[in-house]
Design a protein around this ligand. Structure first.
Ligand SMILES: *[C@@H]1O[C@H](CO)[C@@H](O)[C@H](O)[C@H]1NC(C)=O
Ligand SMILES: *[C@@H]1O[C@H](CO)[C@@H](O)[C@H](O)[C@H]1NC(C)=O
Length: 135
């Protein structure tokens, strides 16, 4: 009996370890898509923790991802992104704030950049406009 319950326990432990819902990662994926028709989007993102993604040019329909730290004691990581198009759109946006986004994003912070502003996919609500362009 004891060895059977040990085996069950071992299986449960393995399932628990490999089950995605049990992964207590301290990071969340951020995915930014350029959904502006016919415009390249320049994006430059830096974090309050001194991480720097460098300058990127995103052609229409493309996306890229990176990770933000969540639930790190004593740290509220913030990612700011400067964005602009060759047209007249530009702005500086708080794309990720750990304390703000650790629960509202769900599994991943899915952003899409459109001609009228920046939308975040909120679970059960869909893409919701969060920021208008500043210029
Ligand atoms: C976007 O950038 C690419 C590469 O620099 C360029 O070839 C293309 O013409 C640009 N597209 C637009 C719509 O400006
Ligand atoms: C970002 O999310 C979009 C929409 O779900 C998806 O189509 C795209 O493949 C993702 N990009 C990356 C780099 O994972």
């Amino acid at each position: 009996m004891a060895s059977v319950s040990n085996q069950i326990l071992a299986v449960l432990l393995i399932l628990f370890i490999i089950s995605p819902s049990s992964v207590q990662s301290n990071q969340i994926r951020i995915n930014l898509s350029n959904s502006i028709a016919n415009e390249n989007l320049s994006v430059y993102c830096r974090s309050s923790t001194h991480k720097d993604l460098g300058a990127k040019i995103m052609s229409p329909g493309t996306s890229f991802t990176w990770t933000g730290d969540i639930n790190v004691p004593g740290e509220n990581e913030i990612w700011l992104c400067l964005m602009s198009t060759a047209g007249d759109l530009s702005g500086l946006f708080a794309i990720f704030i750990s304390n703000r986004d650790n629960t509202r994003c769900g599994q991943e912070c899915l952003w899409t950049v459109r001609h009228d502003g920046l939308y975040l996919n909120i679970p059960d609500q869909g893409y919701i406009l969060q920021f208008h362009w500043q210029h």
